[in-house]
Design a protein around this ligand. Structure first.
Ligand code: ZN
Length: 210
């Protein structure tokens, strides 16, 4: 299969993430499920300032190398685990965005306080600790994602953020919204008590937008 299209897409979005402050250096990793049932993912340890699209790795959903000159991200087991258990997920964004990480280290969920967080299916919970790069990294999120189909973002305890979507554009949009929501929540906490949206208000917004 020709993987140049999915590679270009992963490359484009990881560059966008660096530009928009969602990640830096070689931290975080993005993936797309390919048409032939494999997965395209950013490679391990390559700085995004020097990364080339053709270096995006292709692996199967057990993490075995399929194509590409570089080893897949060390956090590949988290992505493959999510993709194996959640067949509707077409793409995953894992970022080390700083406001999301702030709540991840506090173990504090982000409540439903604005439209950005509503798009992510807030409240955004904190998954229990799993070592980055371990199979458990994905498994700790799978049950919650399954139980709450509206949920598109989760904090990884003392680590970062993971978002899912039908495609990379969608997963990326959730990553951006989660970070904006986390920042607003953080800032609001500095000067007062953020007011949460009620279930009725959330429904009201859904009625307008759907
Ligand atoms: Zn990470």
């Amino acid at each position: 299969m020709d993987y140049s299209g999915v590679r270009a897409e992963v490359f484009e979005f990881i560059q966008k993430a660096v530009k928009e402050g969602l990640t830096r250096a070689s931290a975080g990793n993005f993936s797309i499920r390919t048409e032939d049932g494999n997965m395209a993912i950013t490679p391990a340890g390559v700085g995004y300032d020097v990364l080339r699209a053709e270096e995006i790795a292709i692996v199967d959903l057990n993490g075995n190398h399929v194509d590409g000159p570089k080893r897949a991200s060390s956090e590949t087991p988290m992505h493959t685990s999510i993709m194996r258990h959640l067949p509707n997920v077409g793409a995953i964004c894992h970022t080390h965005s700083v406001y999301a990480m702030t709540f991840a280290v506090l173990g504090k969920e982000i409540p439903m306080i604005n439209l950005e967080l509503l798009m992510c299916g807030a409240p955004i919970p904190v998954a229990k600790w799993a070592c980055p790069g371990s199979e458990a990294g994905g498994e700790v999120t799978v049950d919650t994602f399954k139980q709450r189909p509206e949920l598109k973002a989760m904090l990884l305890r003392n680590h970062g953020l993971v978002t899912i979507g039908a495609n990379l554009k969608e997963a990326y949009s959730h990553a951006l919204d989660a970070e904006v929501g986390a920042r607003v929540y953080f800032q609001a906490l500095q000067i007062g008590k953020p007011v949460e949206l009620t279930a009725d208000q959330v429904q009201e917004v859904f009625d307008v937008y759907s």
